[in-house]
Ligand binder design. Sequence first.
Ligand code: 13P
Length: 249
Amino acid sequence: MRKPIIAGNWKMYKTVGEATAMLKELCRMPLPETVEVVVCPVFTALYPAQAALAGSKIKLGAQNVHWEEKGAFTGEISAVMLRDAGCEYVIVGHSERRQYFAETDESVNKKTKAALAAGLKPIVCVGETLAQRETGDTEKVIVRQVKDGLTGLTPQQAAGLVIAYEPVWAIGTGKTASAADAAQGCSLIRRTVAELFGSEAASQLRIQYGGSVKPENIAELMAEADIDGALVGGASLEAGSFSKIICYQ
Ligand code: 13P
């Protein structure tokens, strides 16, 4: 059985004080043991967030990582450093990074490998833009992003991944993909991973849906067989709405 995983991607929001205050509030709420919960604050809030989460089961993740372990790469941060700050997860290849920071499938692949080598669990993001959807390229884009992003991984590494299907047109727009569309994307990802790494790896792989997930639509999404969780943006910024998403059952 795959354990559901709900992760909050806080993007470029929250100072250290705001982040720790919200996490303390979240820690006081009763959350189900059956769901794995991850929060991904900005870099400056990671270490204080670790302290705020001490004694709780909520895991820490970062939003980006560089593929080198160390060196002259001004402004970057390595997987080893993220581990050092208390991270267990890292988001790789978010569409905002692909769109605004020229991230490619090749860099996603390098980052994924570096994260795994350092013992971090990557949450690899894939998903089509509105233009790609309108030209009928959705499947082609998803398959390419999965294949090229995961090139060179072992079946065991693939099995331990989280892949987030985030259709770009559904991010921050309030326009959630229908549960059927979301499920179709997630099933395609699982089939692609099965082709590349075998059916056992594919059956262990956890797949999240992301894009305007809210307390109102989470249950319907989670009812789909191939959706194992959610990567939540806006609605993860407040303890009230995030906890409602976590307690979807
Ligand atoms: P929203 O939930 O704000 O649409 O953001 C989704 C997202 O990008 C999560 O990574």
